[in-house]
Design a protein around this ligand. Structure first.
Ligand SMILES: CC(C)CC(=O)Nc1cccc(-c2cccc(CN)c2)c1
Length: 232
């Protein structure tokens, strides 16, 4: 998160850190007791290894009540996701057991109505992604409020040049932006998850490259189908 600030501890009890060998790789968030939603591109550099999911955390390293690392039973990328573009950039992770819900671990409701969030709506995004242009990685969760950018502006030739589909949305990226390691985290508008951070053009803080999110509502049926099948 560039240009943001340290979140109040445990006010985002749905936040997850996807880790490999104890290192934070991507964000994610709890959408059901045994399920975390994140971004498919986060598996690009995992070399087939399974993530572990840290829930209930504010600091990545300090001991905290209710902080717990979960093993993952299954990682299910959306079938349309690929490394060449940002399409269908979603990843469902089934935890090896149901998360224990408490003050620091809670499920975040996701948007199911497929209607664009109005431009200029102020939403919030959080993550343990890099906090400066030197790539400094924070120990604590950071957050940022950002206004939604209309798809027309985001698709302008000088911005993302017509690559933003109706299953994506954008926020302004002038100085304050998402960055490496924030992928997979939720864009929360009025307490509901509307989008999932995607890396897009993998630049940060440049107003010519607005932040891109996979909208969740268009994928509600896919998510429900995977959870129903996975829960057996
Ligand atoms: C395996 C993955 C972690 C590789 C990866 O995603 N790299 C990477 C590098 C630079 C910027 C970003 C990035 C993320 C989220 C939002 C944005 C754009 N605001 C950029 C992402």
């Amino acid at each position: 998160i560039l240009g943001g600030y340290e979140a109040k501890p445990h006010l985002k009890p749905y936040m997850a850190s996807l880790q490999l060998d104890g290192q934070h790789i991507c964000g994610g968030f709890l959408i059901a007791k045994q399920w975390v939603l994140s971004a498919a591109h986060c598996t690009e550099e995992t070399d087939g290894k399974m993530f572990q999911v840290l829930l209930g955390a504010h600091s990545l390293t300090e001991p905290e009540p209710h902080k717990r690392l979960y093993r993952v039973r299954a990682q299910i990328p959306h079938p349309g996701s690929n490394i060449h573009n940002n399409k269908d950039d979603l990843l469902l992770l089934q935890l090896e057991e149901e998360a224990e819900l408490n003050a620091h671990v809670q499920v975040l409701p996701v948007q199911r109505e497929d209607r664009d969030v109005a431009p200029d709506t102020v939403c919030e995004v959080a993550g343990w992604g890099t906090i400066n242009h030197s790539g400094r990685r924070p120990d604590k969760l950071y957050q940022l409020e950002r206004p939604v950018l209309s798809r027309d502006v985001c698709n302008h030739r000088t911005r993302h040049d017509h690559t933003i589909t109706e299953k994506m949305m954008c926020t302004d990226s002038r100085r304050k932006d998402t960055c490496k390691g924030d992928s997979g985290g939720p864009l929360v508008c009025n307490g509901v998850a509307e989008g999932v951070v995607t890396a897009g053009s993998r630049v940060c803080g440049n107003y010519k490259k607005p932040a891109i999110y996979t909208r969740i509502a268009p994928y509600a049926a896919w998510i429900d189908g995977v959870i129903a099948a996975g829960d057996g």
